[in-house]
Design a protein around this ligand. Structure first.
Ligand SMILES: NC(=O)c1ccc[n+]([C@@H]2O[C@H](COP(=O)([O-])OP(=O)(O)OC[C@H]3O[C@@H](n4cnc5c(N)ncnc54)[C@H](OP(=O)(O)O)[C@@H]3O)[C@@H](O)[C@H]2O)c1
Length: 272
């Protein structure tokens, strides 16, 4: 899995053509991993970009996610089929259960219903998103299988170190969504200082920090110059003092993004 992914969530509602343009720019800029979701409403725009880019299918790693309304033994495989149709591909490289929807407690059943898609290659790897350690433990215990990935919110203000250690102990890859906290980390004075010293942008420091510490960030932009800038996060080389300073920022945000644990119980309306 290419560790740096391009996200396509569009706050305010999807515009398929904008999605297609952004994904094409991202592919040109060097992203090889597109992170989509049925819930974002723009898988068709991603599919159009995959066709228009003219790349071989195996040159792009495509992730998409099961919408919350489609949990259950029959609903989940049907939802996957609809996603593949919209994405205009016969398989996805990674399919994630977007949210455990703990109130319904169907994610284990949903997970089991997707095993046949894994077996016949429609899904190359199966993972989850936004599960905490007890939910992961339950999934592993009840199914005897381990998710390839758990995609959770990670940025300098919300580092999730315990959960990342749990993932590492179980062989689960951590993917970090909102690596710049939707812009809220951009005026952090510590990150600004590091960016000035390295002659790069704050966004590059935030994304580069995950890359350099072994993470797999998913960053979104609809702005061509920022899409290219974010790919430049690979060039940032943080030193030990930078890494220590960033580690000390954990917990610094009091905005909605830091209420991740609460969201495991109740999904707020603002969340994709
Ligand atoms: N699994 C989940 O539950 C979940 C939840 C949330 C997100 N995700 C995934 O993770 C992806 C990224 O998360 P996100 O979209 O929430 O947040 P993000 O990538 O942290 O931030 C995106 C915001 O930052 C701006 N931005 C991007 N690059 C910038 C730069 N270099 N300089 C200044 N501003 C910049 C973008 O503006 P412009 O677009 O205007 O340039 C946009 O407003 C999503 O698209 C989605 O694929 C998954």
């Amino acid at each position: 899995m290419p560790r740096l992914a391009f996200g396509v969530f569009q706050p305010g509602g999807p515009r398929q053509q904008d999605t297609t343009a952004a994904v094409l720019t991202a592919l040109e800029a060097g992203f090889h991993h597109v992170d989509a979701a049925a819930m974002y409403g723009n898988e068709a725009g991603v599919g159009d970009a995959l066709i228009a880019a003219g790349l071989a299918r195996d040159e792009v790693f495509v992730t998409t996610k099961l919408e919350d309304q489609a949990h259950g033994a029959t609903e989940a495989p049907a939802a996957l089929a609809r996603s593949l149709e919209r994405l205009r591909t016969d398989h996805v490289d990674l399919y994630l259960i977007h949210w455990p929807v703990p109130d319904e407690d169907q994610y284990v059943e949903t997970w089991l219903s997707l095993q046949s898609a894994l077996a016949d290659g429609r899904v190359r790897a199966l993972g989850v998103s936004n599960l905490d350690a007890p939910q992961l433990t339950q999934l592993i215990k009840r199914t005897g299988t381990v998710p390839a990935v758990n995609q959770v919110e990670i940025h300098p203000h919300l580092q999730q170190r315990e959960l990342v250690a749990f993932h590492a102990a179980h062989g689960i890859v951590t993917q970090g969504w909102s690596p710049i906290a939707r812009g809220r980390t951009l005026d952090d004075p510590t990150l600004e200082g590091i960016a000035v010293r390295h002659g790069c942008s704050v966004a590059q420091v935030a994304v580069g920090w995950q890359l350099q510490t072994g993470g797999a960030p998913i960053v979104k932009s609809a702005t061509p110059s920022r899409i290219r800038e974010n790919m430049g996060a690979w060039d940032v080389c943080l030193d030990e003092a930078d890494l220590r300073a960033i580690q000390a920022l954990d917990g610094a945000t009091d905005g909605p993004a830091s209420r991740w644990a609460e969201m495991l119980v109740t999904r707020p309306s603002w969340h994709p």
